[in-house]
Design a protein around this ligand. Structure first.
Ligand code: NAD
Length: 303
């Protein structure tokens, strides 16, 4: 293997330790800790396990955490009232509504009801606009793109003037990370191309990339010959391609996960690469914690 592995699991630990130290300092100085409320509607097993991980991480870094588990038949009106309650609660800095919501609830209406200054997921149109403007306007960059940028920076990869190619144009990964990488400022200043399903020659674009960010949701989409020797490859894709017996708990089956890049071949060509799992995945919740801490700091006027 020639490429350096960019391990999200290690970067996560570094960042969570930094957050824990900062939370302690703020508590000593201001007698306040970041407050996060997680709102879960129904009992979707995947959503329950995401929320559990978010709560566990929030408690680990010293946040106040409120868990709101609501029945699957909660009315839209009651859910909006719950959000309003936390919009008006000064001890809460971040409001998280776990998606997907049941069909009778308008997801867009619910997300747009969150106070943009507590929207630590960064999905509210106001925060999307702030991200587009860039610089000091940005409050809460969406967590997965923020995690990607943080990994690139911490891996010591030069972004200024770099050719960045982003595969995928979703609102949660492709579009925001492309926007972040082209802004003026550290960890950015790149020349950015977004490619997608209608792009004519995907391979030719990818081959130009000094930094290739792939978020398509197609296993092994990116072939080794599409990678420029020495490039930094960030594989955001998480694809379930089968099942295997669990190492920890024999008898139980666990998913076999694959990224969007043919990792085994790509690692012989790239200069640095993220694995799947253990690459971008662990960064999302980490950046959610960072956004919640930022939210308190904005409130205290120390950001
Ligand atoms: P999405 O389905 O919303 O968007 C995928 C994008 O990829 C689309 O814009 C589409 O045009 C493009 N695309 C799909 N197939 C393509 C192809 N053959 N050629 C070129 N472009 C193609 O997906 P998303 O929400 O952006 O997620 C993408 C992947 O990243 C998924 O595997 C998802 O599970 C993963 N993901 C991981 C994390 C994390 O690790 N924390 C977070 C979000 C998404």
């Amino acid at each position: 293997m020639s490429a350096t592995l960019i391990k999200g699991t290690e970067i996560r630990e570094e960042i969570l330790e930094e957050i824990t130290a900062e939370v302690k300092e703020i508590k000593e100085k201001y007698d306040k800790v970041p407050g996060l409320v997680t709102i879960l509607v129904g009992e979707n097993p995947a959503s329950m396990s995401y929320v559990t991980l978010k709560i566990k991480t929030a408690l680990r870094v010293g946040f106040k955490e409120i868990q709101e588990s609501q029945p699957v038949d909660i009315s839209e009106e009651d859910l909006l009232a719950l959000i309003e309650k936390y919009n008006n609660d000064d001890s809460i800095n971040g409001i998280l509504v776990q998606l997907p919501l049941p069909k009778h609830i308008d997801e867009k209406k619910v997300l747009n009801a969150i106070d943009p200054d507590k929207d630590v997921d960064g999905f509210h149109p106001v925060n999307v606009g702030r991200l587009m403007i860039g610089g000091d306007e940005v409050k809460f960059p969406p967590c997965t793109p923020a995690g990607i940028q943080e990994m690139i920076v911490r891996a010591g990869v030069e972004t200024s003037g770099a050719e960045v190619v982003v595969v995928g144009r979703s609102n949660i990964v492709g579009k925001p990370i492309a926007n972040m990488m082209l802004q003026k400022g550290p960890g950015a200043n790149a020349t950015v191309t977004i490619v997608h399903t209608r792009t004519k020659d995907l391979a030719a674009h990818c081959k130009r990339a000094d930094i290739l960010i792939v978020a398509a949701g197609v296993p092994d989409l990116v072939k080794p010959e599409w990678i420029q020797p020495g490039a930094c490859v960030i594989d955001v894709g998480v694809n379930r391609v089968g099942e295997k017996p669990s190492k920890k708990n024999p008898g139980k089956m666990v998913a076999i996960l694959k990224g969007d890049v043919d990792f085994d071949a790509a690692k012989e060509i790239a200069g640095s690469i993220t694995p799947v799992p253990g690459g971008v995945g662990p960064m999302t919740i980490t950046m959610l914690m960072k956004n919640t801490l930022k939210s308190l700091k904005f409130r205290l006027g120390i950001q």
